[in-house]
Design a protein around this ligand. Structure first.
Ligand SMILES: [Zn+2]
Length: 234
């Protein structure tokens, strides 16, 4: 499976594969990879950019974010993902636990863990306060968020969106780097995510269309502004 490499900021690359995206940050002596896409040889792609040792940080345990994990020896993940990771046939989880406020330094970047359950139980984002960006995994994106299936929890997702939107309003970040959809998204998309979650949870949302055929018929596509999700109203 092929990757395309796009430099989106100094020492920061987006590695795209079939609709999913990892981020790679390179410092003087180390490097950080955020997620590993579906599979293939992401390590070789990283090695075209640096020979530094690589720390892997996993935003959550969905298969499109963990496909090349075996190529890395040092991995971090929120412990609320461990059981789910192992249940998805990835074998024993070798990741070390991370929690709210943990910090990873890589070159000019300081990545701070923000815990945002909902899309999955231990989803995390990474905040750089100085450069005012958030690497968001699947939780904030212009693509369609999967909120149907194992581990999804829409009320928790809504709480996480409220938490992130408060941080945005404080001025902690203005740009989002998501794993799907556009690689660079203005942070005020959070307003659309919150409005959509409110509408869907209150039962007032009208489906914008069906979901892809691999979902049960009850799952629909919901849209509000730039935000979209697949969800089955109970
Ligand atoms: Zn994903």
């Amino acid at each position: 499976m092929e990757f395309t490499t796009q430099k989106i900021a100094e020492n920061l690359w987006a590695l795209d594969q079939k609709g999913v995206r990892s981020f790679f940050l390179v410092g003087q002596d180390n490097a950080v990879l955020v997620d590993t896409c579906f599979g293939g040889d992401i390590l070789s792609v990283c090695r075209t950019l640096t020979d530094n040792p690589i720390t892997l940080i996993t935003t959550h345990s969905d298969g499109d974010h963990c496909g090349c994990d075996a190529q890395f020896t040092e991995q971090y993940m929120h412990p609320a993902e461990f059981a789910r990771y192992e249940s998805r046939g990835k074998g024993a989880c070798k990741a070390k636990p991370i929690s709210e406020g943990d910090v990873f330094n890589v070159g000019e970047y300081t990545l701070e863990v923000v815990v945002i359950p909902g899309h999955t139980p231990g989803s995390i984002a990474l905040l750089d306060r100085q450069h005012k960006f958030l690497i968001s995994g699947d939780t904030v994106q212009s693509g369609c968020i999967f909120m149907h299936g194992d581990g999804r929890d829409l009320p928790s997702f809504r709480e996480s969106i409220i938490k992130l939107d408060a941080m945005r309003r404080e001025g902690l970040f203005d740009t989002v780097y998501p794993a799907h959809g556009d690689a660079i998204v203005p942070a005020d998309i959070l307003e659309d995510h919150l409005a959509l979650a409110d509408e869907v949870l209150s039962g007032t949302a009208v489906p914008a269309g069906p979901a892809p055929e691999w979902f049960p018929d009850t799952v629909k596509t919901y849209r509000r502004g730039r935000a979209q999700m697949y969800y089955a109203v109970k």
